[in-house]
Design a protein around this ligand. Sequence first.
Ligand code: ATP
Length: 212
Amino acid sequence: MKSDQMKIPQATAKRLPLYYRFLENLHASGKQRVSSTELSEAVKVDSATIRRDFSYFGALGKKGYGYNVSYLLSFFRKTLDQDEVTKVMLVGVGNLGTAFLHYNFLKNNNTQIEMAFDVDKNKIGTDIGGVKIYDLNRFEEIQSDDIKVAILTVPAQVAQKIADRLVDAGIKGILNFTPARLTVPDYVRVHHIDLAVELQALVYFLKHYPLD
Ligand code: ATP
């Protein structure tokens, strides 16, 4: 996201890709306007939050009309830098890493895994989902300066050591799928997604806070 949009609260910024994806589908189906209630049902965010989020970027829906889909879409495209493909790298081509290499991120947002790293001799030099796998031991010489984001899918016990190397090489954002809590300098952003914890939390909520 561009620096002039930094005053948007982080919680709002995190919801933008969600809004963007839904609006893109609406636009593709030829819909020209959408109400905050419709949006709310589709993206599962309450409509008051949506109205507040949208007010941060001056998109004030009209009563009885809703929001103009094309306007919102072009705004989101600019805000999320969707006109430009953001290249990312992946470290750790195990089961999860391999799934990501096969996943078409371009389908829903403009990011693309450009290169992958591993230490497994059987994986180095191969190609998965069109992405070449390189030797992590040669990371510093191979990595490209125009990639600032890394997806980390290595075993937890090596995550910190690898994160340190990523940071030293200029990586500014890490999407951490390992259970390890990473320590990084404050100019580096880490988003942590622990799938096992998320699943466990869902099961817990279903059990203790059933919706019906
Ligand atoms: P797999 O079945 O392929 O081992 P997994 O997801 O169960 O997948 P993990 O042990 O989590 O396996 O390892 C994920 C990937 O990280 C593997 O491809 C492994 O080769 C790689 N890996 C292990 N140690 C390192 C390391 N020090 N640096 C980089 N990659 C590593």
